[in-house]
Design a protein around this ligand. Structure first.
Ligand SMILES: Nc1ncnc2c1ncn2[C@@H]1O[C@H](COP(=O)(O)OP(=O)(O)OP(=O)(O)O)[C@@H](O)[C@H]1O
Length: 281
């Protein structure tokens, strides 16, 4: 796999090893993830797709440390995040989650939002945190909105502020759960190019959940198609379209071929979960 980062990434390798997660609210026993194994290379953009409710977010939450596993293990750069003897990963600034609905403080300016993490963790002094925040905002094309509030800028710019807010912590892995779902197509395409540019600059590993197959193919080094619940890889598809990518690739025969292939795999699993839903319902 060729990674298109300016510097070749050496950190941010994830290993998911036989992960199992069972929710058991009031004895309901929902097996969300079952013996799920795959690796994500340092600096990879790894796109996760699969039917609704198959267990994608559950997996992301286990990597982030929001909940534990009931079996198996997850490693980051060979270090155990969770697994035997450690049921739940510690939440850490090495793995930052950017959520679909966003989580900016509306009462803080964009600059203050970005500087907040290292300040509250006392990792940087106030002046260092603000200087770094300004620098990262400039790199991400966010000059001019430093002193505005999240509510005063477009939803696309807000997404960019959120990603910069994650990057200020120097994470090795960015965990994205449908971050662009609510955006219109044009804004989404601007976001995609901005994310690829961020990746080129930083070489950060990106674990990205989406329902949008074009988004998955356009951005990813690989697309992992998950099975209907319980989640585990059904197909792992290498996206052999060279970076840098621009929107002209969407109409290329190879892109259409990959889209048809991945779409068929997702549809097959969606049909299974639909059938099971009918039986369960
Ligand atoms: N806290 C919980 N308690 C009980 N069941 C849960 C909990 N969280 C998720 N589930 C169930 O686990 C399964 C997997 O959910 P999850 O959110 O991981 O799926 P997903 O693939 O991310 O879905 P979507 O694509 O719709 O966001 C679903 O059946 C869901 O209802």
């Amino acid at each position: 796999m060729s990674l298109a980062a300016e510097s070749v990434a050496t950190r941010g390798a994830l290993t998911i090893d036989n992960a199992v997660k069972l929710y058991d609210p009031d004895g309901a026993r929902v097996l969300a993830v079952d013996h799920c194994s795959f690796d994500v290379a340092p600096g990879e953009i790894c796109m996760i797709v699969g039917p609704s409710g198959c267990g994608k977010t559950t997996l992301l939450n286990a990597i982030a440390g929001f909940h534990g596993l009931d079996g198996g293990a997850i490693y980051l750069d060979g270090q155990l995040l969770c697994g035997p003897g450690r049921p739940k990963a510690e939440v850490g600034s090495d793995r930052i989650v950017v959520f679909q609905n966003g989580a900016l403080f509306p009462w803080k300016t964009n600059l203050e939002n970005i500087a907040f993490g290292p300040l509250v963790q006392k990792k940087l002094s106030r002046s260092e945190a603000f200087e770094k925040a300004r620098h990262l905002m400039a790199e991400a094309g966010l000059e001019g909105v430093e002193n505005e509030y999240p509510g005063e800028i477009s939803s696309g710019l807000r997404r960019r502020v959120e990603i910069v807010r994650a990057l200020i912590n120097d994470p090795t892995v960015l965990l994205l759960d449908e971050p662009y779902r609510a955006l219109d197509a044009l804004t989404k395409s601007v976001m995609h190019e901005a994310l690829l540019e961020t990746h080129r600059r930083t070489g950060i590993t990106i674990f990205f959940i989406t329902h949008d197959l074009e988004e998955a193919i356009f951005l990813g080094h690989r697309v992992i198609v998950m099975t209907a619940r319980p989640c585990r890889p059904k197909r792992i598809v290498e996206i052999d379209i060279p970076y840098p990518r621009d929107y002209t690739v969407l109409t290329s025969p190879r892109f259409r071929e990959l889209a048809a292939d991945i779409s068929a795999a997702v549809d097959e699993e969606a049909a299974k979960s639909f059938e099971r839903g009918e039986k369960e319902g």
